[in-house]
Design a protein around this ligand. Structure first.
Ligand code: HEM
Length: 405
């Protein structure tokens, strides 16, 4: 039988529900050169798993290639300041420079520091839940606010500034990997980045003069001990927000949607809230908000009969790997009791997500509080949730309207 045509990733319908496209690639084109992204796409679990763990051949120094892959040459000069700044994020570094940046944060981002946020997170969630309207749109009223407010708390910045963080991180992320929406172009990304750096530059100066008991002050102290420049400090502090804000907000919305679309699973969870940790892992597996990572090849690699060339971009499609039937039993089923669930939603290897404990803690508090407070929580008939379709990498809902009572 002839192979089906490969999917069209420039089509917003593919972005709205990418899973049939990923299934097609996994089965028929496991090593696929995508002309829309100018990148290879790997979709099988074993291939994604191996590449995520292979920093020697798969470099993370990716920002320039990502920008070049989507902008014609005459438009690139304008975003050069963006490329320069973003290339210093730990996420785009390799080897020793990467290790130094990671260490800078890990000294401040300890499990103890995260656990100490528990009461603050609960207070943020309780306050937002008590203010919900009768038929709330939960992205605006809850999910977009929770991670931004938590990160504001962690950074010791005023709660009123929290939503500005979300706007900046959206501007940067939607552009970074092929925006399908002109409202999120290179100009907006650059502006978002510059505003964010100005804000954090001022914050670093303030905390240098008067340290407080917050992440920024701890990172500054670690940076001074290791003689790290202000530019590098700024890059890593800003990147934590880029990495942790939009992804977490979207994951909360997506997670709730899967519960509401699977009433048997929701009921089982309500009946036994000790299943919560397992349910959160299943949300991350079946529909991760960050759908893929990118790498640049350091050498030619032949894989499954295709030759990928040194210098080319590769997308490691973790969302497709998470539904590979060669690795997961009945992978399209949302099963909060799944026993073997070694999903790749947080990546793997040297760049493994640094925010896993924080996300798991906030998701636990958000979902437990929501379910306990609103036993009749449900979607509204005739008002289905709406997916964003502006970017394949960062998946999330535009709106999710629910009835509470
Ligand atoms: C559901 C929420 C989240 C998801 C799905 C997620 C996913 C990921 C993934 C897949 C990576 C690796 C990227 C790569 O290999 O190229 C990553 C890296 C990272 N994440 Fe997360 N993340 C989430 C939340 C957070 C939060 C809340 C924070 C911090 C507040 C955070 C901080 C980081 C950092 C600092 C890195 C870079 C690590 C490095 O380059 O060494 N993430 N994240």
């Amino acid at each position: 039988m002839a192979r089906p045509s490969p999917p069209d990733f420039s089509n917003p319908d593919t972005v709205r529900d990418p899973y049939p496209a990923f299934a097609c690639l996994r089965e028929h084109y496991p090593v696929y050169w995508c002309p829309h992204f100018n990148a290879w796409m790997l979709t099988r679990f074993d291939d994604v798993y191996a590449a995520q763990g292979d920093a020697r051949r798969y470099s993370s120094d990716r920002i320039r290639q990502l920008v070049n892959a989507q902008l014609p040459e005459d438009k690139r000069a304008m975003v050069e300041p963006f490329v320069e700044k973003a290339s210093r994020w730990m996420y785009a570094q390799d080897g020793q420079a990467h290790q130094a940046s990671r260490q800078l944060l890990s000294r401040a981002f300890t499990p103890r520091a995260i656990d100490a946020l528990r009461a603050d997170i609960q207070a943020i969630v309780d306050e937002l839940l008590s203010q919900l309207s009768d038929e709330p749109e939960l992205m605006a009223e809850l999910f977009n606010q929770v991670p931004a407010r938590i990160l504001a708390k962690l950074y010791g910045i005023p709660q009123k500034d929290a939503l500005r963080l979300r706007r900046w991180t959206d501007d940067i992320l939607v552009f970074l990997v092929g925006s399908l929406d002109p409202a999120y172009g290179p100009r907006e990304a650059l502006q978002g980045l510059e505003e964010m750096y100005e804000y954090f530059g001022d914050l670093i100066d303030q905390r240098r003069q008067a340290p407080e008991d917050d992440l920024v002050s701890r990172v500054i102290a670690a940076g001074e001990a290791a003689a790290i420049t202000k530019g590098n400090l700024l890059a890593q502090l800003a990147f934590v927000l880029v990495a942790g804000n939009t992804t977490s907000a979207d994951m909360l919305g997506i997670g709730l949607l899967h519960l509401l679309l699977n009433p048997d699973q929701l009921q089982a969870l309500r009946a036994d809230l000790s299943l919560m940790a397992c349910a959160i892992e299943e949300m991350l597996r079946i529909d991760p908000s960050g759908q893929f990572s990118h790498r640049v090849l350091r050498e030619d690699i032949e894989l499954k009969g295709r030759m990928m060339r040194k210098g080319e971009l590769v997308f490691l499609v973790r969302a497709a790997a998470n539904r590979d039937a060669a690795h997961f039993l009945d992978p399209d089923r949302f099963d909060i009791r799944r026993e073997k669930n070694d999903h790749l939603a947080f990546g793997r290897g040297e760049h493994f997500c640094m925010g896993t404990a924080l996300f798991r803690l906030e998701a636990h508090i958000v979902f437990t509080s929501l379910l306990m407070r609103f036993p009749n929580l449900r979607l509204i008939d005739g008002q289905p949730p709406v997916w964003r379709t502006n970017n394949l990498q960062f998946r999330g809902l535009k709106t999710i309207h629910v009835e509470l009572h």
